[in-house]
Design a protein around this ligand. Structure first.
Ligand code: SGN
Ligand code: CA
Length: 530
């Protein structure tokens, strides 16, 4: 009880007998229950957050996100249950794996009648809002206020769907506008209640389009190349080589690399060139002018070097990698600045002390590792999900928590912070005990990816412990086993290695145990006989 009181001093009002002085207990309680600000982005890899200390720590433009880590905690072993957008969001809201909340792949429709933590907080007296990317098809439920991007949303001059069904077109850059709307809701909210705000950015999702003020921010920066940029996909599932997310073979020239067709003259670039320039097409004249002033001369130089045969094979991949990373990191820069705007707002309005601030993103992303962009695979870079939290007086400053956590845990965590008990059928566990002295925690995580085709990543299922990872690819009936201690880049499956047979048996049984515990559906049937 003492620990509960330390964590939740407002519980004291439940311990007193009801007296005259407690007439305003409910009011007092509402003032003291913590506010929750959930800052969320789309496809922000932990490697592009300096506080995670990865290979890009010296170039990642994240001073404000790092500040959350410095003044609170960074969870260094935080993972997604199904590394793709809609499913990750559905898991966060429901506290359950995809098969149980019904949102298994992008394009599904979230069933709004199911239990969510937002509904529960709203019912218990919180003011609730979600602003920005939503991507769950059905309208948000459980929020007093929402303004969301349709589908994937756009970077420049985006439309926001309104609660009355209308569409509001806005001039400007999506990350700034999402924050403007979030801050304006904070200003106008019902100030007698605690609040829960989900401020959800589109960035840095494809097509990695920076705010115009940030074009060129990384041109003078040496961005280290990942060791696995030229992965040959040997010694693992044969499905890897069939992927369609390589910087080399699939990064689109106009769409991703931002070399428009009308800039190319007679120069012929190799495939692919399937998409146009939808974001450029949305810009007004002055925005295009700024864009062209930056990319125009660089593209001209690139095209002339390419035409002169100076950029071939690996050098061409390296050029695309640099273009990709400069755009991606510039896009992150605006996310971070806008995180800073929210932190400043909380501070200057006396809200910082009693507001939990979390920064997370719907899943990880490949920044050239294995030669890739995009996500989906259970390999570390996309399986990992950022989770940083500041809660003054509750989360010790500068904590680097090592427990295996997952997005199934967010809903029960929010509930416990608000003094509510989670329903017993959730799959996740509250992280609140980890803010203090820790204790018994799970030893393994379950992963399930169900999409059917985009970027040619096959369905796969797996388990991860603190050191090992087992992945099953049911369509090709293949197992992959990695020892992350000896092979952190996951370049060689050990499932046939004689030294790992007992580990293989142990992990298969752990995977089955988790699938049983979560009542997972049967694996999809193989496409061909073995
Ligand atoms: C879009 C992207 C894909 C991306 C998916 C899923 N193509 O379809 O590259 O993998 O979203 O991303 S795009 O041409 O529309 O940019 S997710 O974050 O929504 O899951
Ligand atoms: Ca995403």
């Amino acid at each position: 009880m003492y620990r509960m009181l330390f964590c939740f001093p407002w519980l004291l009002c439940f311990c007193h007998e009801y007296t005259e002085q407690n007439v305003n207990a409910q009011e007092k309680e509402d003032v003291q229950r913590p506010n929750i600000v959930f800052l969320f982005s789309d496809d922000h890899a932990v490697n592009a957050i300096s506080a995670y200390g990865g290979p890009l720590k010296d170039v990642a433009p994240t001073p404000n996100i790092d500040r959350i880590a410095r003044e609170g905690a960074v969870f260094v072993n935080s993972f997604c249950a199904n590394s793709i957008c809609g499913p990750s969001r559905a898991t966060i809201l429901s506290g359950k794996h995809s098969h149980a909340n019904g949102f298994m792949r992008n394009g599904n429709k979230f069933d709004p009648s199911q239990w969510t933590f937002a509904k529960e907080l709203q019912k218990s007296g919180y003011s609730t809002a979600v602003i920005g990317k939503w991507h769950l098809s059905s309208n948000p439920v459980g929020f007093d206020h929402w303004e969301v991007l349709p589908g994937q949303g756009n970077y420049y001059n985006p439309v926001f769907l309104q609660m009355d069904g209308s569409k509001q077109k806005n001039e400007g850059y999506v990350t700034d506008l999402t924050t403007d709307k979030a801050l304006s809701w904070l200003e106008t909210r019902d100030k007698t209640k605690p609040f829960m705000l989900m401020c959800q950015h589109k960035a840095p999702h494809r097509t990695f389009s920076p705010a115009l003020r940030h074009l060129g921010s990384f041109d003078q920066v040496a961005i280290p190349e990942p060791d696995t940029l030229f992965d040959d996909y040997a010694n693992r599932s044969k499905t890897l080589a069939a992927n369609e997310m390589e910087i080399d073979r699939h990064f689109d020239w106009a769409y991703d690399a931002k070399v428009r067709k009308d800039e190319r003259g007679d120069v012929k670039l190799p495939a692919p060139d399937r998409y146009g320039t939808p974001e450029y097409n949305r810009m007004n004249a002055s925005q295009r002018k700024a864009w062209d002033a930056y990319y125009g001369p660089l593209n001209k130089k690139f095209l002339s070097e390419f035409a002169a045969g100076k950029l071939k094979e690996k050098e061409l991949v390296r050029w695309k990698y640099r273009r990709y990373m400069r755009n991606y990191l510039s896009t992150v820069k605006a996310v971070d600045e806008n995180v800073g705007r929210v932190l400043d707002y909380l501070e200057s309005n006396g809200l910082a002390e009693n507001t939990v601030v979390i920064y997370s993103s719907d899943q990880g992303f490949y920044l050239g590792e294995h030669g890739w962009y995009d996500k989906r695979w259970m390999f570390e870079e996309s399986f990992r999900m950022p989770f940083l939290i500041r809660w003054p007086g509750h989360v010790k400053r500068g904590t680097r928590a090592k427990e295996l956590i997952q997005n199934i845990d967010y809903a029960p965590t929010f509930l416990e912070m608000a003094g509510l008990s989670p329903p017993s059928n959730l799959h996740g566990k509250s992280l609140v005990p980890l803010f203090g002295e820790g204790g018994n925690w799970r030893k393994s995580l379950y992963y399930a990816y169900y999409e059917l085709g985009e970027h040619a990543v096959p369905q796969h299922f797996g388990v991860r412990t603190d050191r090992h990872k087992l992945i099953y690819f049911p369509l090709s009936r293949e197992w992959n086993l990695f020892d992350l201690k000896v092979d952190p880049h996951e370049m060689r499956s050990l499932h046939e290695d004689s030294g790992y047979q007992s580990k293989l048996i142990e992990l298969k049984s752990e995977l089955n145990r988790l699938r049983g515990k979560f009542e997972a559906p049967p694996y999809p049937r193989p496409r061909t006989s073995p």
